[in-house]
Design a protein around this ligand. Structure first.
Ligand SMILES: *[C@@H]1O[C@H](CO)[C@@H](O)[C@H](O)[C@H]1NC(C)=O
Ligand SMILES: *[C@@H]1O[C@H](CO)[C@@H](O)[C@H](O)[C@H]1NC(C)=O
Length: 233
């Protein structure tokens, strides 16, 4: 068993009613993983109180995570609510092409109550390639193309994973997705900070890039029933 984690601390504080502001950590916890985490023990994740996991599926149109199937099947067997994510390379092909690649290799969705809408991971590139050479309006169009293609195949809009800084820099702080796409913000702090334009709340919050469980540490902003509802569409 790992050392004291946030959940354990939060559970203790919630029980002792020491601080209402920390009761939020009672919200469903999860992680996001890729092959970087190697072989993940999903039963341990469940034992540690995790409710969900996002699993890397694809990048651009040339990369499939080698551990995707093992991770997805493992998470399913352990009873976790799970979904896939796609790392965007807006410089290499259209949003529609990348959505179709993601859908064809495991990023699909059905309203079975255990599958989260696929997530579009859009952020600074691996080589710090800023906005991939796209203008803000071209970037917004690329994301729309991805999002609409995903929606037309599945009936749900993809979750958008990003940072407020990247979104401001590379989309001109577009508010065009706030009424359709759930937001997943990466912000390693004790509070969520400023959100991108339009969104009044975040659906997921990646609050740390390491912690008691493998991968990045995430929280769903709501109840367990709310998380299940997202998986029902
Ligand atoms: C994950 O992928 C690596 C290759 O990158 C492989 O060696 C390893 O066995 C895989 N693990 C699982 C659980 O599939
Ligand atoms: C969580 O969602 C609620 C609305 O449902 C919102 O008031 C709150 O600010 C959100 N929390 C975060 C961290 O965004």
């Amino acid at each position: 068993m790992k050392s004291t984690g946030l959940l354990t601390l939060a559970a203790f504080l919630a029980l002792s009613s020491a601080s209402p502001s920390l009761v939020k950590r009672a919200a469903p916890q999860g992680v996001d993983i890729s092959h970087y985490q190697g072989t993940v023990n999903f039963n341990t994740l469940v034992a540690n109180g995790m409710s969900f996991v996002y699993i890397k599926v694809t990048e651009g149109t040339t990369y499939q995570d080698p551990n995707f199937s093992a991770n997805y099947n493992g998470a399913t067997k352990a009873g976790l609510i799970r979904g896939g994510y796609h790392f965007a390379h807006p410089d290499t092909s259209s949003g529609a092409t990348q959505a179709n690649y993601f859908l064809a290799h495991g990023g699909g969705w059905s309203g079975d109550g255990i599958t989260l809408p696929g997530a579009l991971d859009i952020e600074y590139g691996p080589s710090g390639s800023e906005c991939y050479g796209l203008s803000a309006s071209a970037m917004v169009s690329w994301i729309k193309d991805f999002s609409n293609t995903y929606h037309s195949h599945t009936g749900v809009y993809p979750v958008i994973y990003t940072t407020t800084d990247w979104w401001k820099t590379c989309t001109g702080n577009s508010a065009a997705f706030a009424s359709t796409n759930p937001l997943w913000i990466a912000h390693y702090s004790s509070s969520i900070g400023t959100l991108p334009a339009g969104w009044t709340y975040t659906t997921f919050w990646q609050y740390a890039d390491s912690g008691p469980n493998p991968g990045d540490q995430d929280e769903f902003n709501g109840s367990l029933q709310g998380l299940k509802n997202l998986a029902l569409g």
